[in-house]
Design a protein around this ligand. Structure first.
Ligand code: GTP
Length: 301
């Protein structure tokens, strides 16, 4: 059953220069590349594109380049890279099929392992069109020895569009379950608030969808940066239901369910925005709002 869940999350390709990361990204997202994020203040990741599948949404992001430090790198730079690497769901390490795995590749792998031990890893053998079939097996073996037997390796050619489906399938399988972060399937100009409301609604309906058919609407009341902190957003949201019995369902025993909803939604929103948030959720009864044009207007329908 778990495999039938929709999955979504952030994926980044890392690797030495010229290993084919950009070409691969372009091949995966097609024409929809280079749509930059509309929220430069809050997004720490530059979104390179979105790959949509019936069962998953992959958001391909750039991460700060890994450079082998010739000089002593400060702790802060390491922290930044560590944060970013831990925030993505999957890191795909690109190694070209036609070059021997070298110290540069090993150094990057070691950094990834060290900085983001929790982040899922995939090996991508790129440019396989440049080598003969017989050369592929030893290279796969060599990469497997470096990256470990538990990490899946996918050989691809971006230029020939060879095996890209498999790559997307493997990446998608490693994403956490969750709704599409970009619901319309593309990067949209939809205001963040609509997406946030969507994510809260999803979380609130989880597991109780049958008991609350269509009776639930979410309104974001306020989004404000915390005064003394640049890295924290306060988000205040209202969950509207139609009857007090529904309110009880959403809140749960002793507020337990609402807290769960809050945690789930907060994580999703943080992933969407790339920033920490404090999510304040309240549940209100708006009697029969679905039949009341005034209320509907207020709720953004
Ligand atoms: N034959 C072949 N060439 C490829 C393939 N993918 C990338 N290349 C070539 O490899 C070179 C480097 O590709 P990029 O996609 O720019 O590599 P990158 O890793 O993004 O490089 P940086 O931006 O420097 O980190 C380019 O000349 C590409 O045309 C492939 O699948 N097959």
């Amino acid at each position: 059953m778990a495999d039938e869940q929709f999955r979504s999350g952030l994926v980044c390709f890392v690797g030495r220069p010229n290993t084919g990361k950009s070409t691969l990204t372009n091949a995966l997202v097609g024409e929809k590349i280079a749509i930059t994020s509309s929220r430069p203040q809050t997004t720490r990741h530059t979104i390179r594109g979105v790959v949509n599948r019936p069962d998953a949404q992959l958001i391909l992001v750039d991460t700060p380049g890994l450079h082998r430090p010739r000089t002593l790198l400060g702790q802060r730079l390491n922290d930044l890279v560590r944060d970013t690497y831990s925030e993505v769901d999957v890191i795909a390490l690109c190694i070209p099929a036609d070059e021997k795995i070298g110290p540069g590749d090993r150094w990057i792998l070691q950094q990834v392992r060290q900085l983001a031990p929790e982040t899922k890893l995939v090996g991508v053998l790129t440019k396989i069109d440049k080598v003969r079939k017989q050369q592929l097996a030893p290279q796969l073996l060599a990469l497997s020895e470096q990256i470990g037997p538990d990490v899946e390796i996918v050989p691809v050619s971006a230029t020939d569009r060879d095996n890209l489906d498999t790559l997307v399938r493997v990446l998608a399988s490693l994403l956490p379950p969750g709704p599409a972060l970009y619901p319309d399937g593309e990067l949209t100009d939809e205001p963040d608030e609509k997406l946030m409301a969507e994510l809260i609604r999803e979380a609130a309906l989880e597991g109780v969808r049958d008991e609350l058919p269509h009776s639930l609407a979410v309104v974001i009341e306020e989004v404000r940066p915390r005064e003394d902190r640049t890295d924290l957003l306060d988000v205040h949201a209202l969950i509207y239901v139609e009857r007090s019995s529904q309110k009880a369902i959403v809140i749960g025993k002793g507020g337990a369910r609402l807290r769960e909803v809050g945690t789930t939604a907060r994580k999703q929103i943080e992933r969407l925005l790339g920033t920490k948030i404090y999510l304040d959720l309240h549940v209100k009864v708006a009697k029969d709002w679905q039949r009341d044009p005034k209320q509907l207007g207020k709720l953004g329908f």
